[in-house]
Design a protein around this ligand. Structure first.
Ligand SMILES: O=P(O)(O)OC[C@H]1O[C@H](OP(=O)(O)OP(=O)(O)O)[C@H](O)[C@@H]1O
Ligand SMILES: NC(=O)CC[C@H](N)C(=O)O
Ligand code: SF4
Ligand SMILES: [Mg+2]
Length: 456
């Protein structure tokens, strides 16, 4: 995950980035940073810290970040520990002058790269995979824009990058387009960011989602160059549709809320004939799937769980202890809605099982008669190496248990996962899905087939 946001040609650059990061907070809660440059006087200003955006950027820090170009990052660690030293953006003084880098994604061959780089004299200042990208660029001949595609071809993984060099802002999307990058316009400034909502909330206009393998160079309000440096089969992360993105954002042109409702409707068709009093969402991310389920099945939608919005997302917390604590603290039951009811509980996904176990118990403690858990994502059976922290198979509940065992373990009457083709049929860019392929989407965590050819 992680969120990136860059803006150029704007006197209020850091403040715009700050607002952009606020709207991307759901993509990374561990740390946040902004680097701005005053390009006339060649001054770079940096502020990074652990915690949420509004906590890190107290007004006095934000006020000190003046400049006309800036980039920001919210981090969900996947490579290297969750620490201040790994908080992005990073800046480097190198043969290309001062270069600033923000990365969403994960480099799967980072260990091999690190070994090679260190052996040949590299000194690392960070322990995250993102630094390796810059080292690789620096080893290539030519100016930054010449070196960039040569270096990127040596990476195996997923990346949406924003680089700043003087008044230039460069955006890169990996050859499969696994991670997203959106181009927007705000007055005379261009924006590059992870989600459409971050542009639109500021009153800007979304121009396009960058194409897989696209590099775009923008300078002083003008697009200087845009080309495809490497094109592979499109494989956009389907989990953006399932869980990561804001429902109001568009992924491959389709509003995420629409995709989630369609997934819920597909689930209802799969579970046709189920007898229940209410369809209840697990907020937040299960909300639209439950709505779709209720509409399609005719079972009443009822919100029996209320989320505390002052607390973050549990799945992206860095330790199991923190995840368990957060799930416990963040959902309140509405007892009147729950007591004596047969409930279809709709959530977007079951990964480690942390959420489901706690919630089913909560509902049963409040007097629910039956709980049938319905998931709008298929079984997660393989780790993600592209920017999600599910590094080992043994952490994934569906690799150890079938539906019956999971139901027993979490205390539910039944558990149903959406079938993979039904999920893919619900999302946009799905022409090939009808032929039974994951056309346009990466679904490796459900299939074990990695678009970049990784083997586990
Ligand atoms: O099986 P698990 O390992 O518990 O992971 C899956 C759960 O985690 C996510 O919720 P999260 O609390 O992160 O975010 P949300 O509030 O946006 O739903 C997701 O929506 C599922 O509820
Ligand atoms: N989730 C992400 O995009 C993380 C970016 C990078 N791999 C890091 O750990 O900082
Ligand atoms: S493996 Fe899963 S979470 Fe990772 S990029 Fe692919 S679809 Fe997304
Ligand atoms: Mg959830």
């Amino acid at each position: 995950m992680c969120g990136v946001f860059g803006v150029e040609n704007n006197k209020d650059a850091a403040n715009i980035v700050f607002q952009g990061l606020l709207s991307l907070q759901h993509r990374g809660q561990e740390s946040a940073g902004i680097i701005s440059s005053d390009t006339k006087n060649n001054i770079t200003r940096v502020h990074r810290g652990m915690g949420n955006v509004s906590y890190v950027f107290k007004p006095e820090y934000l006020a000190g970040l003046n400049g006309d170009i800036a980039v920001g990052h919210v981090r969900y660690a996947t490579g290297g520990k969750s620490s201040l030293e790994n908080t992005q953006p990073f800046w480097f003084d190198c043969k290309h002058g001062r270069v600033i880098l923000a990365h969403n994604g994960n480099i799967a061959n980072d260990k091999q790269l690190a070994f090679m780089l260190q052996k040949t004299g590299a000194i690392f200042a960070h322990s995250s995979d993102s630094e390796h990208i810059m080292h690789m660029i620096e080893r290539e001949k030519g100016d930054l824009e010449t070196a960039l595609p040569k270096a990127l071809k040596k990476l195996n993984g997923a990346y949406a990058l924003i680089l700043l060099q003087g008044s230039k802002m460069i955006g890169v999307r990996d050859p499969h387009g696994i991670r997203s990058l959106v181009l927007g316009k705000l007055g005379k400034s261009y924006i590059l960011t992870s989600e459409t909502i971050a542009v639109e909330l500021l009153g800007g206009k979304v121009i396009k989602e960058l194409a897989p393998g696209e590099i775009i160079t923008i300078q002083k309000g003008k697009i200087k160059k845009s080309y495809i440096f490497d094109k592979k089969d499109k494989a956009v992360c389907v989990f953006e549709q399932v869980y990561f993105s804001m429902p109001a954002s568009r992924v491959q042109g389709q509003e995420v809320a629409v995709s989630r409702m369609a997934m819920g409707a597909q689930l209802a068709r799969q579970m046709k004939g189920i007898k229940a009093d209410i369809a209840m969402p697990v907020p937040d991310s299960g909300m639209f799937a439950a709505l779709g389920f209720a509409k399609e099945s005719g079972i009443d939608f009822e919100q029996g769980l209320v989320r505390n919005h002052y607390m973050g997302r549990s799945f992206i917390m860095p330790t199991q202890e923190l995840r368990e604590h957060l799930v416990k603290m963040k959902l309140f039951p509405i007892k009147t809605s729950i007591m004596g009811k047969k409930i279809v509980l709709v959530d977007d996904s079951l990964v480690r099982g942390t959420t489901s176990k706690k919630i089913v118990k909560l509902l049963k403690d409040c007097g629910a008669k039956e709980v049938h858990l319905a998931l709008s994502a298929p079984k997660v059976i393989s780790p993600c190496f592209y920017g999600i922290d599910t590094p080992t198979k043994k952490e994934l509940m569906s690799t150890r248990m079938n539906e019956k065992d999971i139901a027993e373990f979490i205390g539910a009457e039944s558990v149903t996962f959406i079938k993979i083709n039904n999920m893919l049929a619900a999302v946009a860019g799905n022409e090939q899905n009808k032929k039974g392929k994951c056309g346009g989407y990466c679904a490796a965590c459900f299939t074990g087939k990695y678009p970049t050819g990784l083997k586990v």
